[in-house]
Design a protein around this ligand. Structure first.
Ligand code: PLP
Length: 382
């Protein structure tokens, strides 16, 4: 069976494909159909933080699949109740309720609707290079990928990330919310400043707007804290989560504080909060807490930075990193180097044209991480 030719024939193809067929995984290792192993620094784009085929998550999914897979929001459910309680206990202090959905873009979509409903306003201030998803609302808040789909929603404006003056000029009494990432992932692994987030908080308070923090990529231990907001003491009114939250099972969540009122019928989701995803998420969070994955991300990120930084390459412009969210900005296009890494058994991501992005499972072994640094030296040294 020629798998690529079948996908090429039948998929509505929107992804820039690589010539690799992945069939299984274990921890931070992926295997192709011939059994060749790869060190995975893609992790399903920051999803597989607890590792591929994690045994606790697999057990939870299996048990829940035999118990109850689907249960709409019109009924109460034991697993969902446990997850909601858990989520509110681990997230930053001002959010106290969660709406469960199935992806990052849905979390942002809900956040936009909730902010409109709470404030009666339609203005949103977003960051250039920000990424919030591909559906029409989340895309309206996203600075790229819009061209063929304009006009999108009215009222969305963009300021340069970390530019407090421009932010101050943009936020006003028509602003429903400011939407930011703590570290811009798709936008090139760009770290936000504490001063920018403090200004956003202050401006939102002064103008009666909400602060929406999109932690879809940075949440769940990726950056060395359970949530990246903790690095800067950011207190979101609305917090968007997804990617790593259910160990690879599709799931998203938007958490809100008391400033954001709910009304029966204002939003919904058929699959949102289904017991299967809730069980996977509970098991995932349990592993993260038990194994201290935030601390592991911090230590391993530092180890990688030391190993990679030992040898300077004239091709590298800058290394940006928070925990195990790593961006290596080159002075030239990243794609050929990402392909060269794949040929040497390391899978990496781009983040814009010139950035190599590494998002390994947080359970990656030190030796594998050292190997990644060595292979990077190899390809960048040429
Ligand atoms: C990936 C991502 C999204 C979109 O998530 P999907 O599950 O692909 O819809 C939104 N925001 C951020 C910050 C992301 O990294």
């Amino acid at each position: 069976m020629n798998i690529p030719s079948i996908e090429q024939r039948y998929a509505f193809e929107v992804f820039p494909k690589r010539d690799l067929t992945i069939v299984s995984g274990h921890g931070a290792t992926l295997y192709d159909e011939s059994g060749r192993a790869y060190i995975d620094c893609v992790a399903g784009v920051g999803v597989a933080s607890v590792g591929h085929a994690n045994p606790e998550v697999a057990r939870a999914i299996g048990e829940q699949a035999r118990t109850l897979v689907t249960c709409p929001g019109i009924f109460y459910n034991d697993v969902r109740a446990r997850l909601l309680e858990k989520l509110v206990s681990i997230t930053p202090p001002d959010v106290s309720r969660a709406f469960l959905c199935n992806s990052g873009t849905e979390a942002n979509e809900a956040a936009i609707k909730l902010a409109m409903h709470a404030t009666g306003r339609r203005g949103f201030v977003c960051a250039m290079r920000g990424f919030h998803g591909r559906t029409m609302g989340a895309l309206s808040a996203t600075h790229k990928h819009r061209d063929a789909f304009e006009p999108l929603l009215d009222g969305f404006s963009f300021v340069p990330f970390n530019n407090v003056e421009k932010l101050r000029a943009a936020v006003g009494d028509g602003t429903a919310a400011v939407i930011v990432e703590i570290v811009q992932g798709e936008g090139g692994v760009r770290l936000g400043d504490a001063a920018f987030f403090a200004a956003a908080r202050e401006l939102c308070d002064a103008h009666g707007a909400l602060l929406i923090v999109d932690e879809v990529q940075t949440g769940f231990c990726r950056t060395g804290k359970f949530f990246a907001s903790e690095h800067h003491g950011v207190r979101p009114d609305v917090l968007c989560l997804a990617k790593a939250m259910a160990g690879g099972v599709p799931m998203g969540a938007v958490l809100v504080g008391e400033k954001v009122p709910a009304r029966i019928g204002m939003h919904g989701s058929t699959f949102g909060g289904n017991p299967l995803a809730c069980a996977a998420s509970l098991a995932t969070i349990e592993v993260m807490e038990r194994d201290g994955l935030a601390g592991q991300a911090q230590a391993k990120g530092a180890r990688f930075a030391a190993a990679f930084g030992r040898r300077k390459s004239p091709k590298v412009r800058e290394v940006r990193r928070l925990g195990l969210m790593i961006g290596i900005e080159l002075k030239e296009k990243a794609r050929p180097y990402i392909e060269a890494l794949m040929a040497r058994g390391v899978l990496a991501l781009p983040a814009g044209p010139t950035v190599i992005r590494l998002l390994p499972p947080l359970v990656i072994e030190d030796e594998a991480l050292d190997e990644v640094a060595a292979r990077l030296h190899e390809v960048l040294g040429r």
